[in-house]
Design a protein around this ligand. Structure first.
Ligand code: TUI
Length: 312
């Protein structure tokens, strides 16, 4: 058994957190991951607090295990969601796309385990000083909104810079990825892309098929010119945005094309003009499984590779 500081911190069987995928990670996926022994997350994305609260109430019906909420800090509703998770006594909060510093004291007062996603050593250090319990160190291989550095270079540098547990994310979808993350000093992993094809994931089937069919080179990054780079699977929308970016088009025009595009792909199944966010590891993902099968397969592979040593 792989038992680390992350198992203890989150009271979970396997040190794995499900990625907070906006418009996708709902009560169904979060509870399936938590019931399988990981930490499931409900992604708040850009939804209002009351919509997120409904998912939390559903998840409480579906699991008695701990689960968390991922707060996307660029959302206009981030502030109200930050307060709502305290009312709902959520076990853990992860954050993305910003600095959650101003909320950390409040969350800690409500016994919430706080785990910000960080793209750099500087932000990891600031989060530790602000009272975070752990950090998720997300490399640019990840899907969705990304930073510049790869998982390979970011994890060991953050491990050296902080004393709190480091959870590796970006490019991890099997036992080899887990074992590699542990070798870099991580004590847990966050996995998003592989859970997109989980049976319990309610994302549109066209989206799942895009992930299942993707090859190694099928993802690209759009939005660098707007300051909000996102990794997506290549399609018509991504190529159109790329063409506009090459022409140095107006940022507002590019942002207008991206608005609503994640919802279009995830909910409507528009995988031509929608935004199919997924990580570079999509090329390796080729089968549908339950969340339980995914987690158990990943950890049985990792345990073999790590040679049965006790990981703490
Ligand atoms: O947040 C993510 N991934 C996401 S959020 C998302 S929803 C969205 N939709 C359209 C456009 C933009 C977002 C889809 N995927 N991952 C975690 C993550 N956080 N990656 C990078 C960061 C990050 C970046 C800068 C965290 C902190 C940060 O701090 C800047 C600062 O203020 O210091």
């Amino acid at each position: 058994m792989i038992n680390t500081a992350v198992n203890t911190l989150l009271k979970i069987k396997y040190p794995i957190i499900q990625g907070g995928m906006a418009w996708i990670a709902d009560a169904a996926l979060a509870s399936a991951v938590s019931n399988a022994g990981g930490l499931g997350l409900i992604a708040a994305g850009s939804a209002p607090a009351e919509i997120v609260r409904k998912e939390i109430l559903k998840a409480k019906e579906l699991t008695d295990k701990p689960f968390g909420v991922n707060i996307m800090l660029m959302s206009p509703h981030a502030e109200e969601i930050a307060h709502m998770v305290c009312e709902e006594k959520i076990a853990a909060v992860t954050t993305g796309a910003g600095n959650p510093g101003k909320y950390i004291t409040m969350w800690k007062e409500h016994n919430i385990t706080v785990i910000p996603v960080v793209p750099s050593v500087a932000l990891a250090v600031r989060m530790e000083r602000a009272g975070a319990d752990a950090v998720i160190c997300e490399g640019t291989e990840a899907g969705g909104h990304i930073g510049e550095l790869t998982t390979m270079v970011l994890v060991p540098q953050i491990v050296d810079a902080v004393d709190i547990p480091v959870i590796a994310a970006g490019g991890i979808a099997d036992g080899r990825g887990i074992a590699a993350a542990f070798m870099l000093g991580a004590s847990g992993v966050q996995v998003g892309t592989r859970f997109l094809v989980a049976e319990e994931c309610t994302v549109h089937d066209n989206y799942k098929e895009m992930v299942l069919k993707a090859k190694d080179t099928d993802s690209m990054v759009t939005g660098r010119s707007t300051g909000h780079p996102v990794r997506v699977i290549k399609n018509r929308l991504a190529r159109d945005i790329q063409a506009l970016e090459k022409e140095n088009a107006d940022i507002k025009e590019i942002e207008k094309m991206a608005t609503g595009s994640l919802r279009a792909a995830a909910i409507e199944g528009d995988v031509v003009y929608g935004s199919v966010m997924a990580g570079q590891i999509a090329g390796m993902i080729n089968k549908r499984q339950t969340a339980k099968e995914i987690i158990e397969e990943m950890f049985s592979e990792a345990e073999k590779l790590l040679g049965g040593a006790k990981w703490a």
